[in-house]
Design a protein around this ligand. Structure first.
Ligand SMILES: Nc1nc2c(ncn2[C@@H]2O[C@H](COP(=O)(O)OP(=O)(O)OP(=O)(O)O)[C@@H](O)[C@H]2O)c(=O)[nH]1
Ligand SMILES: [Mg+2]
Length: 234
């Protein structure tokens, strides 16, 4: 599953790469009525390839809202595992089979991680590297979820974990959603989360939707959840 907003210049290559990596998979694009026509392009693919599906959202757009709705709706169809992956070609689809293998071996969530041995980022400015590193360090200290990369959107989830409802109950708007999911799953206490290394490539086409508002929400929420955790322990 990939949430999309204005990814028309990436979606053809994206679908080709994902279908080459996992030919038996169904691919769902959860599009927020992108003005650049991403949804129309996906519909065109779907007309000739029954593996390609469009979930067309209306209503307020957002990475979190699209992910929540997409994951909930797709899991309800009964899939054993669902992979979330960005459409901007930053995530290497060739890692998907390894992720699915780890789910088959018993993991509930597999994180495509930049910050475990063998993982990394390419073409990122120093500022962006620092932001991601510091954000993950702060999240680790405040929340103690035991995951090195809490903010990566490249993940595999066991279908049952989504059907259990924890993800549908999250309330974040932006990428804070990714951290909130891990926090809520950890609070369940019985969730096996593992990390596999990925090499993150900076997007070439299209624009980033990362914004100051999204970064602030993330930091504020992590701080809030961290204090909740500290006071609850006392
Ligand atoms: N449906 C939906 N998808 C979104 C929205 N915002 C971002 N996305 C998608 O979420 C994925 C990640 O968004 P990006 O803008 O690449 O964010 P990022 O990867 O943190 O930022 P960069 O590293 O700069 O690319 C991409 O597939 C986007 O198209 C949104 O509001 N709605
Ligand atoms: Mg991106």
């Amino acid at each position: 599953m990939s949430p999309t907003y204005n990814e028309r210049d990436n979606v053809d290559d994206f679908l080709q790469r994902v279908l080459a990596a996992v030919p038996s998979a169904d691919v769902f694009i959860v599009d927020d009525n992108s003005p650049d026509g991403t949804g129309d392009r996906v519909r065109e693919h779907g007309a000739t390839n029954p593996k390609v599906h469009l979930v067309a959202r209306r209503g307020p757009r957002g990475y979190a809202a699209a992910s929540r709705e997409g994951l909930t709706q797709i899991a309800a169809a009964g899939y054993d595992a669902i992979v979330t992956i960005d459409c901007d070609l930053s995530h290497d689809a060739r890692v998907i089979p390894t992720m699915l293998e780890r789910i088959a071996q018993g993991a509930d969530v597999v994180i495509g991680s930049r910050y475990v041995s063998g993982g990394g980022v390419s073409n990122w400015s120093l500022g962006r590297r620092l932001l991601s590193r510091c954000g993950n360090w702060y999240t680790a200290v405040m929340l103690g979820v035991g995951v090195r990369d809490c903010t990566t959107g490249f993940r595999a989830y066991r279908g049952d974990i989504i059907r259990a409802g924890t993800i549908a109950e999250t309330t974040s708007n932006g990428y804070a959603f990714l951290t909130e999911v891990l926090l809520r799953l950890r609070q369940r206490g019985d969730c096996r989360i593992v990390e596999v290394p990925i090499l993150y490539e900076n997007r070439v086409a299209g624009d980033s939707k990362m914004s100051k508002t999204i970064i602030s929400e993330s930091m504020l929420r992590v701080t809030g959840w961290g204090f909740e955790r500290i006071f609850r322990r006392r």
